[in-house]
Design a protein around this ligand. Sequence first.
Ligand SMILES: [Ca+2]
Length: 549
Amino acid sequence: MKPDILGNILISCQLIVSKKNKMKNFSVIHISSLPLFRYVTTISAVATCMITNAKAQITETKKPNIVIILADDLGYGDVGCYNPESKVPTPNLDRLARQGMRFTDAHSPSTVSTPSRYSLLTGQMAFRINYAGTFPGGMGGPCLIKENQLTLPQMLRNQGYATAMTGKWHVGLTFLDKEGKRITAGGIEGVKMIDYTRAIPDAPIHRGFDRFFGTACCPGTDFLYAFIDGDRIPVPPTGMLDKTNLPKHPYAYDNRDGMISPDYDLEELDMVFLKKSQEFLEDHIKKHPDKPFFLFHSTSAVHLPSFASRQFKGTTKAGPHGDFIFEFDYVVGELMKTLEKLGVASNTLFIITSDNGPETTTVVNMRRDYGHDGARPWRGMKRDNWEGGHRIPFIVVWPGKVAPGSTSDQTICLTDIIATCADITGAELPDDSAEDSFSILPVLLGKDNGQPVRPYTLHQTISLALGIRKGNWKYLDHKGSGGNNYSKGELVPFALPEMEPNAPGQLYDLDHDPGEKINLYFKYPEVVRELKGLLEDSRLKGRSSPNAH
Ligand SMILES: [Ca+2]
């Protein structure tokens, strides 16, 4: 990579950031002759200074409670405050965006569930453990997080927090058979082998959470339809799932055959999860009013099958999936109401986001039937490495700290949550943790000086196709989507012509081509070389964030 090329790119990034943030006193440094390391050093020094100041400000006051609500497959365009043409009402999300900060360039670490969740909880991109997107066997195990690996909840627990999780885990669990051996058989066969008298050795309560109530995989999808409480299944499955009375509609896919417990109602899952999280909050505030808490609420909504709770059926004009999104919005609102009722909302950092882009079936059907586009305005959907696969809603409310009604166009990733929470609570992150995490605390506190928080951002798909983003440039180190097949089935109408069929990768200028239609691979080979080099360098180093956060 030639320094002058890098310099030009960086300057153009700065100008763009500067322009978007309407910074009046921003002066562009002429760095065209600076080598990369000096530029990175400059950024690091500025960032360190920002972080130190931010940390000092936070530790002077009581540590805030932290609540993260993670939706499943909720698209950028599914939320009203991100899509003025949305056909689904999201009054709570819209209101919370007005009360806090809305990020317009936030990304899930992967384009599917498991690696995104792994990365959110650890701050490490899942490709670093060679993890693509699906478990090879069993009910989704063993856990991808190693026993001694630092997790977001463990880090907060070390800082004096009570930690609780409700809902979908999907980071892998080990189930044991009658002889105490790990079950490797998949599907129903594996479920039938489970010895329910045995604990789950790598349950969330053995990875940093004090409490857990939820499911191993997707609550409405995966073979084992039973609730886990702590590291046990108190009400084991007794028979096969009977689908006779379940809704039948175009969004009822993905509801696999499986074994079900008598207390498991596929149409009321998020109402159960809501109640459990509310119980945790009420119980915690009653017993430990001075101890900060971290709640990770991971919903079943809006992953297929779209079985909205009975109270939400038919409540929107956007069909069953619209009802499901509306239910998610309700859950968000109720959790905020509970915090307010308990008198702790004023000292709570509240984050609402999603694990990847919207599912193909929902996008295709809703575009056709309701004029609603969950991927709007991006190209691609869940699984794809185009923006629709990983650009996600990300809303932060933090009274007295985050300016109401603010927006940020900083490029951020869900891996950033752990470094941000470490910053907030004064925790040090060891060098063997949070490898791809950058604190966004200065941005949250309105101390964004226009410099990018991240030198670059990594993307990965279900096929382990990789990509890298830096400023306006996005390089995909592969041909095509990296996920869905657009040459057959329902996605054919959405296939775009490849402008450079001979290019082994894709280069897009998101500022001028947000729809990723014009592949500039051959036009800017020096940019391709730089980004490919950064990607390779990051892979070899095993991290993208600097050591010693
Ligand atoms: Ca998902």
